[in-house]
Each structure stands twice: as structure tokens, then as C-alpha cells.
Design a protein around this ligand. Structure first.
Ligand SMILES: Cc1cc2nc3c(=O)[nH]c(=O)nc-3n(C[C@H](O)[C@H](O)[C@H](O)COP(=O)(O)O)c2cc1C
Length: 199
């Protein structure tokens, strides 16, 4: 299937088939794919926590508002986290980069202050989300990005030393009764004329 067809098919799945769980092999492939995610100056300020343990998943589900049922039904929950401490990030991730890239970081990112630097780090993690969602559908997997999580509770439940959870993604197989499936509910997007300029 080409990318446009995959884009039409992927959707934020609301109901998963609890009887059909993702295989260990596919989970291992997803781990390697997300490791290869791109980031500005290859800064990689992230941690991806793959949760399959049912008991932990249930505790996380209870801290996930409207996403609780999806998380309980699905086989895999991936938590995307960002590095917490700028000094640690600079020591581990930035100092090892080529000089020109360090200069980019110093002049274009760090000079804007801590809040802007943290926001830039989070942007890198969000970029990996788009990449991950595309990877999932290319493997025949349904997925849902979820900002509807209690970040503080997630941090307490997970071994997240030095990282802050930002959002989570469920990965599995949609239930045939999911009314959000694009075959049932067509995708809602602005028209090209409203969002794309060709000059
Ligand atoms: C960053 C982000 C956070 C989202 N958080 C949630 C969420 O917590 N729960 C949910 O059911 N959908 C969530 N969504 C799904 C969006 O509502 C969905 O992508 C959007 O309505 C477009 O629909 P589609 O992805 O099915 O095409 C989120 C999407 C993104 C990109």
C-alpha cells in the first residue's frame, strides 16, 4: 500500500480488539524503528517505555481519563518521555555532537532560555510521535496518540529517573465495532485550499 492509502487508513482508534494482541516480534521491530527516529541535530532527548505488563498497564489506564478502556483492551502501551534536566541533556547528548551542531544548539536554542530549550526538547519527542504512528500503520497496526494522561501519576508509576512523561500511544488491532473507523466515519480535515499555499 502506498503512503497516501496508509494515511487514509490510519486513525486514532478508540476501541481495540482485546482478543488480538500485538506479537513480541512486532514489538521488537517497533523498538528499533523508534530508536531510529530523527531529531534536530540528532539531539535525541527522549525515552520510550514499552509497557505490556497487564498489572502496570491497568494502573496506568486508571490515570488516563477517557483513554482507560482502550489501554485496558490493548496489548501495548508506549510512553514517550523527555529528559528532565538541561545540564544532564547537554552533558550526555549535546557535548558529543560535531562542533557546528553544538554551536547551533548554543546560538539557536540555549540562548532563548530554559523554558524555550525545554519546549524545543519536547518538540523532538512529538516529532517522533508522527514518525511512530506512520510506522505502526505500515505494519498493519492500529494506534492512538494520547495526551489524555496524568503525567504526574505516570511518572510515579514508571521507572522514569531523569525523564518526564509527555504522552502515550496504544498499539494493537481495532475492534470491528469501532465507530471511529474511517470506513464508518470519514476523516475530517480542512480542505487543501485552506491549509496549503502553492506559490
Ligand atoms: C498529540 C495528540 C494527542 C492526542 N490525544 C488523544 C487522546 O488522549 N485520546 C484520544 O482518543 N485521541 C487523542 N488524539 C487523537 C486525535 O483526536 C486525532 O488524531 C484527531 O482527531 C484526528 O483524527 P484521526 O487521527 O483519527 O485522523 C490525540 C492526537 C494527537 C496528535
Amino acid at each position: 500500500m502506498n503512503f497516501l492509502d496508509l494515511a487514509k487508513r490510519r486513525y486514532a482508534t478508540k476501541k481495540y480488539d482485546a482478543a488480538q494482541k500485538i506479537s513480541t516480534e512486532k514489538i521488537e521491530t517497533l523498538k528499533e524503528i523508534i530508536r531510529l527516529s530523527p531529531s534536530s541535530i540528532n539531539s535525541q532527548p527522549w525515552k520510550f517505555t514499552f509497557v505490556t505488563d497487564e498489572s502496570l498497564k491497568k494502573q496506568l489506564a486508571a490515570q488516563s481519563y477517557m483513554n482507560e478502556n482502550s489501554i485496558n483492551d490493548v496489548g501495548l502501551l508506549v510512553v514517550f518521555s523527555v529528559m528532565e534536566d538541561i545540564a544532564d541533556f547537554e552533558k550526555r547528548n549535546i557535548s558529543v555532537l560535531p562542533e557546528g551542531w553544538i554551536a547551533f544548539y548554543e546560538q539557536m536554542v540555549k540562548s532563548n532560555g530554559d523554558a524555550a530549550t525545554k519546549s524545543w526538547m519536547e518538540n523532538q519527542v512529538y516529532l517522533s510521535l508522527g514518525y511512530f504512528l506512520s510506522a505502526c500503520i505500515s505494519m498493519g497496526l492500529d494506534a492512538t496518540p494520547m495526551e489524555g494522561i496524568d503525567r504526574k501519576a505516570y511518572k510515579e508509576l514508571l521507572p522514569q529517573n531523569g525523564y518526564n512523561p509527555l504522552f502515550a500511544v496504544t498499539v494493537g488491532y481495532a475492534d470491528a465495532s469501532d465507530t471511529m473507523h474511517p470506513d464508518v466515519l470519514p476523516k475530517s480535515r480542512f480542505e487543501q485550499s485552506e491549509i496549503i499555499q502553492s506559490i
